[in-house]
Design a protein around this ligand. Structure first.
Ligand code: GLC
Length: 421
């Protein structure tokens, strides 16, 4: 493990003094937006209830960096973390390092979660993690600005660009020099793979690798999609996006400096928080289609909780996972921080729907969210890296989409051994 990551981890662990007799668990949860705070509150509530202690392990915001940190720790049989938060695309990568949770979650418990997520988290018949919250890419827009310029929320990417231009022209004439059109996650990391999947699939260009494992990345629709977004760079899209993760995009949008933003559900609660300059001015909708024949695509994201096979207290760790994924705790997290529940019944909870109207109105977006190509199994991370690096190069003006996608396609074909990942 790199010294920086190890240092960061150790700095945060060992914050809480152990009370004699109480057991201590180490939990690694997220750090984007309000995640760390919400996780800490949940863990503390469980600790108080059970007389145990939980320390939070700090993790990088970048999902790929987190994966590297976890892989290094787990490959060395490290006992430093008992409960891990894992990304929806990781079960095939880190699954073997987690205990099978089926014996602890009887069928009646398991049936409460979205079946697709449970299937996703089942590797070789073992349930390696419990879905904690679910994500799908959404389009946030400034209701007030669209109304001011008599623009409708855009149904296609082309309309988004056109609307952004109208608003930008008007607002810049009025002296709003800092306003930009559209921000998203454009850094060369996992978030860009998610955005690129939405563009490409919405133009009819598929999901990079199909369900049978065949590489489809380089095709005319995919090239059209990436070329279209690349054509917005420097006009509708500020070049700064090339280094934005989720929080970079949210910072610009929430401070009032973007008309549109692509982000996950967590941005809703923050955009409408008491301190937010855009509170009450934000609309949220399904992402645009790739032209009149295209469709709207939101990438499926989300995080699960799993128990390390090296934990010295696996049974206790399972109790913590049960608590954090319970209906009560998921409801609290949805109300305070707009994390989408993974339990089906919570989508009928009136309090949750009142706090997060989009969870009801965009049901279809969540139900049909498109998965990244995890048919690539343990190689997913390499596949994702090749794709996002190619897209990042083109967005940065280094090579046309055709060229970048073709090169990445060839790399993936070599990696795929004829589709038998
Ligand atoms: C969100 C998603 C996760 C995705 C990540 C990329 O956290 O839930 O699935 O990998 O964003 O940045």
């Amino acid at each position: 493990m790199s010294k920086v990551l190890m240092g960061r981890m150790l700095a945060v662990m060992a914050l809480v003094p152990t009370v004699a007799g109480a057991a201590r668990l180490n939990l690694a949860c997220g750090s984007v937006g309000q995640e760390q705070e919400l996780c800490r509150q949940g863990a503390e509530a469980w600790a108080r209830q059970t007389g145990n202690e939980v320390s939070l392990v700090s993790v990088p915001t970048d999902a790929g960096q987190q994966l590297t940190m976890f892989q290094q720790l787990l490959a060395a049989g490290g006992r430093d973390i008992d409960v891990f938060r894992i990304d929806v695309v990781w079960p095939g990568i880190v699954g073997p390092f987690f205990i099978d949770l089926r014996p602890y979650f009887p069928e009646s418990d398991r049936a409460a979660f979205f079946p697709a997520l449970m299937r996703n988290n089942t590797v070789d018949g073992r349930l390696v993690a419990i879905p904690w919250f679910m994500d799908a890419g959404l389009l946030y827009y400034r209701k007030d600005l669209l109304e001011k310029y008599h623009q409708r929320p855009p149904e296609t990417w082309q309309a988004l660009a056109g609307t952004a231009k109208v608003v930008l022209e008007g607002e810049r004439r009025a002296g709003q020099a800092r306003l930009t059109g559209f921000v998203f996650q454009g850094k060369a990391y996992e978030g860009l793979t998610c955005n690129a999947l939405e563009w490409v699939d919405s133009f009819g260009g598929g999901t990079f690798v199909d369900a049978q494992g065949q590489v489809t990345l380089d095709n005319p629709r995919a090239v059209e999609a990436v070329s279209f977004i690349a054509s917005l760079m420097g006009n509708v899209v500020p070049r700064g996006v090339l280094s934005y993760e989720e929080e970079g995009a949210r910072g610009v949008f929430q401070s009032g400096n973007a008309v549109f933003m692509r982000n996950w559900p967590y941005a809703w609660a923050l955009a409408n928080s008491a301190e937010s300059p855009v509170r009450g001015k934000v609309g949220v909708m399904a992402l645009p289609r790739g032209g009149p024949d295209g469709r709207s695509v939101g990438t499926l994201g989300g995080w699960q909780l799993g128990v390390s096979r090296f934990s010295a207290q696996p049974e206790l760790a399972v109790q913590l996972v049960k608590y954090l994924t319970s209906a009560e705790e998921q409801k609290r997290r949805a109300l305070v921080a707009s994390f989408n529940p993974t339990r089906v019944a919570l989508y009928r909870d009136p309090d949750i729907l009142r706090a997060n109207p989009f969870m009801g109105s965009l049901e279809e977006t969540f139900a049909s969210a498109v998965a990244r190509p995890t048919v690539t199994g343990a190689k997913y991370n390499q596949v994702s890296a090749d794709i996002r690096n190619a897209v990042h190069a083109t967005l940065s003006g280094r090579g046309a989409a055709q060229e970048s996608l073709q090169k990445a396609h060839q790399k993936l074909v070599r990696l795929s051994r004829g589709g038998r990942w």
